[in-house]
Design a protein around this ligand. Structure first.
Ligand code: ADP
Length: 242
């Protein structure tokens, strides 16, 4: 097996604030943030993959898995080779990937996931409002239209949410996404600082290389929680508002 990047994943519905938190974390020494959507948006729109991206994202759909994973792994390799991302120093923070179970399985050969930050928002309409405001500010084609935003939500609930089942429950931290960016950040850091310290200690001792070569994490099934509220409902707030 090739060496795997030790990483944390930012996970959550569209509008939950993964990108915002990721960008702030990326400014802190010792974290390296990479957003899959950002890598796609930086593609030359006249390239084949750039056109494929525009085609899918403008409809609120996911880009097909094989080109996505290939682009992502080439991008990671380039960043590592150029020394932009230093696996032994920086803790990798990924957002926007994996987006479905198939991607999660394909990424098992590339990633050792240490923690998943699940940003939870009990108010779906409020998150949709955030997306509308961002679309105006950032001129984003995927969030400019109401039906595209709703489609993105459907895709999240149907395809992305089940990704959590792929990882063991004890590595998932649920964080309320509804506060100010600083308030959410405080909670995210509470979870991530210990992970970063362990990553750094491992790298210093040389016991376990940052791009580790051990087996993928055990998969533990996730079901509805004891009170009958499924995590997808928690995430979208559908049950909470009933
Ligand atoms: P947001 O952060 O608003 O949820 P992103 O910026 O992550 O959205 O992604 C924008 C678009 O890029 C997605 O709607 C999708 O078309 C494409 N995309 C991003 N990441 C992936 C991925 N891992 N797999 C497939 N498509 C992706």
């Amino acid at each position: 097996m090739t060496k795997r990047y030790r990483t944390v994943l930012l996970f959550g519905a569209p509008g939950a604030g993964k990108g915002t938190q990721g960008k702030i974390l990326g400014q802190i020494p010792g974290f390296y943030h990479l957003s899959c959507g950002e890598v796609f948006r930086n593609l030359d729109t006249s390239s084949t993959l750039g056109r494929i991206f525009m085609d899918y994202s403008s409809k609120g759909l996911l880009v097909p898995d094989e080109p996505t994973i290939q682009m992502w792994s080439q991008n990671m390799h380039a960043r590592t080779t150029l020394g932009i991302y230093k696996p032994n120093v920086d803790l990798l923070v990924l957002d926007g990937i994996p987006r479905n179970l198939h991607q999660a399985k394909l990424l098992d050969t590339h990633l050792k996931v240490l923690k998943i930050i699940h940003l939870i928002c009990p108010d779906k309409e409020r998150m949709i409002e955030r997306l509308r405001r961002r679309a105006l500010k950032e001129n984003r084609v995927d969030d400019a239209k109401e039906d595209v935003i709703r489609k993105r939500w459907q895709v999240y609930e149907r395809e992305t949410y089940p990704v959590l089942e792929h990882y063991s429950k004890d590595m998932i931290a649920e964080v309320d996404a509804m506060g100010s960016p600083a308030a959410v950040l405080a909670k995210v850091l509470e979870e991530l600082v210990p992970v970063q310290n362990a990553h750094y200690a491992n790298a210093l001792s040389g016991d376990e290389p940052a791009a580790a070569a051990d087996a993928p994490a055990k998969v533990a099934p996730r079901r509805a929680s004891a009170n009958g509220t499924s995590h997808a409902e928690k995430s979208s707030g559908r049950k909470a508002r009933r």
